[in-house]
Design a protein around this ligand. Structure first.
Ligand code: 5AD
Ligand code: SF4
Length: 476
């Protein structure tokens, strides 16, 4: 059996947690108090917000329809790029009058940005009306900190330096639907030179497989059909556990969970993508034929400076292998433009590899220096105008290829797991293929949560449109 080493929380801490939740319940239950959480950044943050919402719900808060009617507003922050940070400063600052109008309101700021002591102190100093500040490693201590904040006129601030523990049994309030996020590991050991994540999320810590599988089984019982396994680099899953159960082995176990029909995962570092994982994806029917494989740059010189530990040649080889074993696999990626010292020639190599790989989609970013990272000390910062110009050229290429790839779906029948009513047109439903293509089509609401076959009639850059086929295979 894998052991939990010294990273699990102790029984005493769990009991302490329960005690504070009960204390808060006594104060909050039945009062009709409402919360509003604003989330910035990646899926990991989205899922952390589901845990914060879970704790608040257990305490007796209800979700507000808007920030305006909330008694408690929480900002769960991201610091991966500067623009996300700027939005947080702007949005927190805008709450001054909101707090003055009713000083009983609680305003909290948490998440990755707060793991940087200087940022947390800046928030405390600049926005003294903020009641509560905490980081990523002590998310589970939110009820304790909230209780302190309710009793104090001062800002309550708690940032833990050490890596967070793997905390189980935190209540989760998931977004309604058929698809759920499940964290399999926390932290990252890779130290890509541009990236702040290892500094604010700590070293890799895997969850015990029994805890993960237990959570997924209960999600299936609750009616969820799809799980997305989350980690900064899921390919390293299990390497810190004593029995060394690895990611592909975990996937095979998840594949056996009855009721779960689709399994997705993100993110995979190309340097750690094993042959065993490729075979597992090819062999397990529920594991979706889509992989998010960040390339970041197409020039070997830049990849080296980024500390990515692969070359464009080895990346292309990896993609060839994936396509050989899983012929229809869809590929998405992350790309940064304007890394320090990126010449036009380097950038053209990024454009070239995008043409060669032909991604189904890509998240593209302008490089943003992050204090404390290795790249922030590098010279030859590219001017913002040039960075934006490169981004625009790249985005144009990505969109063109995405549209062309989607056009390959025209007239094809695809299996779609129906997820929801379309946000833009209530007469339409929306779902995804296992290759992660978004498909819109007309249909009755009782199809939500079911698989339907859809004949694709229209292809756009970011979505497909089609008609549901009836049992006889004709368009209904
Ligand atoms: N500047 C721009 N983009 C970044 N990313 C991470 N750090 C930075 C940075 N400093 C991007 C990477 C990563 C994605 C989540 O965010 O492409 O894969
Ligand atoms: Fe950041 Fe690299 Fe870790 Fe991804 S793998 S979180 S880019 S350091």
């Amino acid at each position: 059996m894998p052991n939990r080493m010294n990273i699990a929380v102790t029984h005493k801490e769990i009991e302490e947690q329960k005690y504070y939740i009960n204390e808060l319940k006594n104060r909050v239950y039945g009062k009709g108090l409402k919360y509003h959480i604003v989330t910035y950044g990646c899926q990991m943050n989205v899922h952390d917000s589901e845990k914060l919402a879970g704790m608040l719900t257990e305490i007796g808060y209800e979700e507000a329809n808007s920030q305006q009617e909330a008694d408690l507003v929480l900002f769960n922050t991201c610091c991966v790029r500067e623009n996300a940070e700027m939005r947080v400063y702007g949005n927190v600052g805008a709450l001054k009058a909101f707090k003055q109008a009713n000083p009983n309101r609680i305003i909290g700021v948490c998440g990755c940005m707060m793991q940087q002591a200087e940022v947390a102190n800046y928030i405390k100093k600049t926005f003294p009306f903020v009641d509560l500040i905490f980081g990523t490693h002590n998310l589970h201590r939110f009820p304790i900190l909230l209780l302190q904040a309710l009793d104090s006129n001062q800002t309550v601030i708690e940032i833990l330096d050490s890596d967070g523990k793997v905390v189980e049994h935190v209540p989760v309030k998931r977004a309604e639907g058929i698809s759920a996020w499940v964290t399999v590991m926390y932290g990252c050991n890779n130290f890509c030179s541009y990236c702040i994540v290892p500094y604010v999320r700590g070293r890799e810590r895997s969850r015990h497989p029994d805890d993960i599988l237990g959570e997924i089984r209960s999600l299936a019982l609750d009616g969820y059909k799809e799980v997305t396994l989350l980690g900064q680099n899921v390919n390293s899953y299990g390497k810190d556990l004593e029995s060394r159960i690895l990611f592909h082995q975990l996937l095979r176990k998840v594949n056996e969970v009855e009721g779960i029909e689709r399994i997705r995962f993100t993110t995979s570092h190309p340097k750690d993508l094993s042959d065993e994982l490729i075979m597992t994806m090819a062999e397990c029917d529920k594991v979706c034929k889509h992989i998010h494989l960040p390339i970041q740059a197409g020039s070997n010189r830049i990849l080296k400076k980024m500390n990515r530990k692969y070359t464009r040649e080895s990346y292309i080889e990896l993609v060839d292998k994936l396509r050989r074993h899983i012929p229809d696999i869809a590929l998405s990626t992350d790309i940064i433009v304007g890394f320090p010292g990126e010449t036009e020639e380097d950038f053209l190599q990024t454009m070239d590899i995008v043409e060669e790989i032909r991604y189904d989609s890509a998240f593209t970013f302008v490089y943003s220096p992050r204090r404390g990272t290795a790249a922030a000390k590098m010279k030859d910062e590219i001017g913002l105008e040039e960075k934006k110009h490169r981004l625009a050229r790249l985005n144009e290429l990505v969109a063109k290829i995405s549209k062309e790839k989607n056009q390959e779906y025209l007239d094809r029948n695809v299996d779609v797991l129906v997820e929801d009513i379309s946000k833009t047109n209530k007469e339409y439903l929306t779902g995804r293929t296992d290759t992660n293509k978004i498909v819109h089509f007309r249909g009755s609401y009782d199809l939500i949560g079911k698989f339907v076959t859809v004949k694709i009639t229209e292809a756009r850059a970011w979505s497909l449109e089609g008609k549901v086929l009836d049992d006889q295979g004709s368009c209904s």
